[in-house]
Ligand binder design. Structure first.
Ligand code: NDP
Ligand code: OXD
Length: 308
């Protein structure tokens, strides 16, 4: 079986080595040297150009190098084949680590000290205990539930919100529209770990931000199109929000003239919150390739109706 590899962000050499260590006979074709398209039966991809997957006549399954598959689902030519997203311990651990780092940064008032330093002001703000900081995690899937559990283990008061009811040890869980208001009212720091779907596009808007406690902070690690950027700027101006950390934005890379670059209450990272190590990610992909060969059910298949 031949596997197409396409990614502008992931290292094809490291992925090929990690896959061959598990499947020595796997024929890996790294884009653009794909040989004959008729020989390719599976694809391991991140942000493939629209139309690429449709050009492979004998393709049987698509494996995403990322957890979120919104970009692939937006390609109208995407073949109607099983689409499997990435679920991997390194992706999960790095996301929990990133969000914990951001929450600690806010809890210990480092955003306040950064502003004070710019003003050459030396003033102590004693933080309360971690339990006094309430963190709300939107999305309690693979990444959200592990992140919420990591924050709770660190002593923060954590609540989570999902589409359907979920249970995470040490986390107060809310679901759907009926649970959203109470969830938001108790989130001093709001973390967005939702997939981008029809329902979650523009979800971080003025109406939602208004339901947060005065002076809340936002950590956006989901997808850029979930945030209404003008509403964020307005909420920062009025003080409804005091600071935002954005790992994802509507247009990536962020255009040079965008106001986020220089905003004193916004901190940016370049879509780097979490990443999948080939050494562990290849285990999931190799297992799915074995299943494909044997005709068994694949793991982590996306529900296209739901959009995630
Ligand atoms: P999962 O599919 O495992 O979990 C998604 C969660 O979101 C579920 O709890 C789901 O609810 C909830 N959800 C979906 N739609 C809604 C809705 N309309 N209302 C309320 N809750 C909703 O995804 P992952 O945890 O693996 O990944 C989440 C997202 O994180 C990815 O889709 C991607 O966009 C982003 N991501 C960002 C990265 C970065 O580096 N910035 C890296 C990796 C991922 P339910 O449990 O009821 O199904
Ligand atoms: C992902 C991402 O979805 O890196 O995995 O954004």
């Amino acid at each position: 079986m031949a596997l197409l590899f396409f990614s502008e962000d992931d290292d094809p050499v490291a992925w090929s080595a990690a896959l061959r260590a598990r499947l020595p006979d796997l024929d890996i074709r790294v884009w653009p040297a794909i040989g004959s398209p008729e020989e390719i039966e599976a694809a391991l991809v991140w942000l493939p150009p629209p139309g690429l997957l449709a050009s492979l006549p004998r393709l049987r399954a698509i494996f995403s190098l990322g957890a979120g598959v919104d970009a692939m689902l937006a390609d109208p030519t995407l073949p109607d084949l099983p689409l499997c997203r990435m679920v991997d311990p390194s992706l999960t651990a790095t996301m929990a680590e990133y969000v914990l780092a951001c929450v600690l940064w806010y809890h210990r008032q480092f955003d306040v000290y950064a502003r004070q330093q710019a003003e050459r002001r030396w003033k102590l703000h004693l933080p309360g205990p971690a339990a006094a900081t309430r963190v709300g995690v939107m999305g309690l899937g693979v990444l959200g539930s592990a992140t919420a559990a990591t924050l709770a283990a660190h002593g923060f008061t954590v609540r989570g919100w999902s589409r359907t009811p979920r249970a995470v040890a040490g986390v107060e869980c809310f679901a759907g529209q009926p649970g959203l208001g109470t969830f938001l009212a108790g989130a001093d720091i709001l973390v967005c770990l939702l997939p981008l779907t029809r329902e979650t596009e523009d979800i971080l808007n003025a109406a939602l931000l208004d339901r947060l406690p005065e002076g809340a902070r936002l950590i956006q690690v989901g997808r850029g199109r979930q945030l209404v950027e003008a509403d964020l700027l307005a909420a920062l101006d009025t003080g409804r929000l005091v600071h935002a950390t954005l790992d994802v934005v509507r247009e990536e890379p962020l255009p040079p003239a965008h106001p986020f670059w220089t905003h004193p209450r916004i901190r940016l990272t370049p879509h780097s919150a979490s990443y999948c190590q080939p050494a562990t990610g290849a285990a999931t992909v190799a297992e799915n390739i074995r299943r494909l060969r044997d005709g068994r059910a694949l793991l982590h298949v996306v529900d296209r109706q739901r959009g995630y």
